[in-house]
Design a protein around this ligand. Sequence first.
Ligand SMILES: *Cc1c(COP(=O)(O)O)cnc(C)c1O
Length: 428
Amino acid sequence: MTDRNQQLFERARKRIPGGVNSPVRAFRSVGGTPPFIAGGKGSRIVDAGGKSYLDYVGSWGPLILGHAHPEVVAAAREAAARGLSFGAPTEIEVDMAELLCRLLPSLDMVRLVSSGTEATMSAIRLARGHTGRDLLVKFEGCYHGHSDSLLVKAGSGLLTFGNPSSGGVPADVARHTLALDYNDAEGVERAFAQHGERIAAVIVEPVAGNMNLVAPRPEFLRGLREQCTRHGSVLIFDEVMTGFRVGPSCAQGLYGIRPDLTTLGKVIGGGMPVAAFGGRREIMEKIAPLGPVYQAGTLSGNPLAVASGLATLRLVQAPGFFAELERKTRALCDDLSAAAAKHGVAFSAQCVGGMFGVYFRAAPPRNFAEVMQCDKDAFNRFFHAMLAAGHYFAPSPFEAGFMSAAHSDADIAETVAAAEAVFGNWQA
Ligand SMILES: *Cc1c(COP(=O)(O)O)cnc(C)c1O
């Protein structure tokens, strides 16, 4: 590719580490040059060379209404005309907080921040401040943003404390985090039996979407709720990805579990930097200025961003919105699976609401170890063939895919036809 994308990537790499402002955008996992995006409308994006793609990334989840939805753009434009930021309270932040608390019964109070990373980092500080405990439980393969306590992988033994999964994270910080297997309710029970009175919080993606998509066993989520209640630990549902993506009351509504704290992001900003953490009043009142746990942000609750988020949240509440989104997502998964089966390709796909996973493995994985068994080379082949045909999937076998309301049945049929052609040449 010696086109405009290539030129831009070469320029970018001289001044931006890896040429990108967030690592997965660099295509390291699949190889090749990432298209630079010039614009998007509905289900499609166009790159700097003028090539158009059907987009199944949607800015990694936020764009549930598709690109440049007219009502969201209008809300942002109107807010911008009134002033970009005040660093003082505005009415629209109250509207947003009220709406979130109405849509999620587990929220009594909510605080707005600007990224999912900030939301989870603050929720963990709050849980530690509330319980007076230090230990944090997370699960292998779940991603909760890039704060120090969360860049931790399992230690060598089953119940040993974690090791940093990134340079620059002190081992001393990582040793307060226990990384367990996703979907392993017995492992959670054992950890609580051993360390229960020291565990401040369990943080989990209620549907894992950062190791490709891994669906929860309902008894796994129920077990987390039971153990946290029994041991006085705070259950944090990290719904930054699943929030208003898997259903109108997020994963907690879908599975009928009431967490103590919830983190939100992505969809609630509609493509702008808005995230949030919220939950039980008794816990939320421990945050500054009411309580001793400090948290702040110059641009938190930014009116332009909140206006875009509110416009998005209002539109996803339309009756039947999620049923239709899920119908399309399921159709894509079923039809891709059928096309692969027809040509004898080891492949599976599944969805929860408007997020999906495609796996080069006979059955969907249930934990991180099974995700690692997927055929990475097969994924890379599929990815590049689809990209060349104008279908933009996440450039990594460890990421989920996202459907938007703007995708039509004809779009999906076009993608399935392209995949069918790719699978047809698979043995060649
Ligand atoms: C994207 C994501 C985050 C991090 O959000 P940023 O806005 O990228 O900081 C945290 N948790 C989950 C589950 C996510 O998917």
